[in-house]
Design a protein around this ligand. Structure first.
Ligand code: CMC
Length: 392
């Protein structure tokens, strides 16, 4: 029946009203609660952006201090949850681990379950933002076979995460403030992006009144795919596969070939038909990180920059409005920071958690909110009579 609007991939359906994030894809504009992403990336820290996304306004100095304190003092996860990690195969993908661990949080924080109480929702939100770096770092430590490192309350959000990932009991680890600032900025760039696939998943899961931690686990599952958050991992793998500048034309030709499923990873976006504003800041951050680490000639960066140059002047990419997206330069940056590719999407999930939880809160508070229930166009068999197995 043709009763419903057919919109595969929801390219023209607004599923909700939202006050959190504004995107103008043609102009390449991204605003959080009205503030341009570049101004936030240059001037705010990640927890300030978390506050903004959650509560709608930038915090005053006291509000910021209070929020930072609350997040910092919720960073430990229940000790029993650490056993869940050790139940995974040691070569488990860290995304599988964090998906499981975040889902399991729903069994630990029962006082967060009454989602009709705004105060309890706020505690669940703070817990989620505070504990996701701990969970992500533990997934990393388990992945590389090193002992878990507990959070430190005297460090900032990104610095504490670097500490939990890279400190070992064997020697003192000092967080480089330039690198932790760069990571903080990477978190800001990933904090929210309105109704993308994973955020829509969180909203859809939450629309039934499900447990908030379980809803975030659903978002993590959706983010994992290579067309979404998995693209940063795929982009770096691609740059490594290309390997040198002289092989770029071959890959450009493949990307343009309709019979070849290959795509330039880190290129193109459903909404941005112009340069992704986050990609510009990411590129700047990438140069900063490599500079700080004294990496002068990174062959991957050479390939990336040349690939970008060629693609931006190629007819195919111009006509289809394919520009680098946030994932194009993030992989090189995260690799330089010391993360293996398998952790890239985990870092995306860590940063996007605030967006997911802010959108979840907004949905629960929305008086027009109803359970999400898309319709379909049925294309199967007409009604027919059952045939016993002996007659088939
Ligand atoms: N390389 C080559 N051709 C491409 C690419 C690409 N990266 N992206 C799109 N196209 C072509 C595509 O073949 C299609 O051509 P035609 O019209 O001839 O069939 C046209 O451009 C439109 O593509 P689409 O797949 O219909 O567009 P979409 O809005 O459904 O998909 C996308 C958007 C991001 C999934 C897609 O551009 C893509 O697969 N990009 C590579 C993966 C990637 O970088 N993803 C990260 C997205 S940003 C961060 C995030 O969400 O996590």
């Amino acid at each position: 029946s043709g009763m419903f609007t057919y919109d595969p991939g929801f390219t023209s359906t607004a599923s909700c009203k939202s006050k959190i994030t504004y995107i103008d894809g043609d102009a390449g504009i991204l605003l959080h609660r009205g503030y341009p992403i570049d101004e936030l990336a240059d001037n705010a820290d990640f927890l300030e952006v978390c506050y903004l996304l959650l509560f709608g306004e930038l915090p005053t100095a006291t509000q910021k201090e209070d929020f930072d304190f609350r997040v910092t003092h919720h960073t430990m996860i229940h000790e029993q949850l650490t056993r869940l990690f050790t139940g995974f195969r040691r070569d488990a993908h860290p995304m599988a681990i964090i998906c499981g661990a975040v889902g399991a949080m729903s069994a630990f924080y029962h006082d967060s379950i009454d989602i009709t109480d705004p105060h309890k929702r706020e505690i669940a939100s703070v817990r989620m933002i505070a504990k996701i770096p701990t969970i992500a770092a533990m997934a990393y430590k388990y992945h590389v076979g090193e002992p878990f490192v507990y959070p430190r309350n005297d460090l900032g959000y990104a610095a504490n995460f670097l500490h939990m990932c890279f400190a070992t009991p064997c020697e003192e680890y000092k967080v480089n403030p330039i690198l932790s600032r760069a990571l903080d900025r990477i978190f800001i760039l990933h904090a929210d992006h309105e109704q993308n696939a994973s955020t829509s998943t969180v909203r859809l899961a939450g629309s039934s009144g499900a447990n908030p931690f379980a809803c975030i686990a659903a978002g993590i599952a959706c983010l994992w795919g290579p067309a979404h958050g998995g693209a940063n991992e795929a982009a770096l793998n691609m740059l490594e596969e290309i390997g040198s500048v002289d092989r770029i034309p071959e890959y450009i030709a493949r990307a343009k070939d309709r019979d070849d499923p290959f795509r330039l990873m880190g290129f193109g976006h459903r909404v941005y038909k112009n340069y992704d504003p986050r990609a510009k800041i990411m590129q700047k951050t990438c140069h900063e990180v490599l500079g700080e680490l004294g990496i002068k000639d990174d062959p991957l960066l050479d390939v990336a920059m040349e690939l970008e140059k060629i693609a931006l002047t190629d007819e195919y990419f111009i006509e289809k409005k394919l520009y680098p997206n946030i994932d194009f330069y993030s992989g090189i940056t995260l690799k330089a920071l010391g993360f293996p590719t398998s952790m890239f999407t985990v870092l995306f999930a860590l940063a996007r958690t605030v967006g997911w939880i802010a959108q979840w809160n907004e949905m629960i508070e929305d008086p027009e909110q109803r359970i999400g229930r898309p319709r379909q166009l049925y294309t199967g068999a007409d009604k027919r009579d059952f045939v016993p197995v002996s007659e088939r």
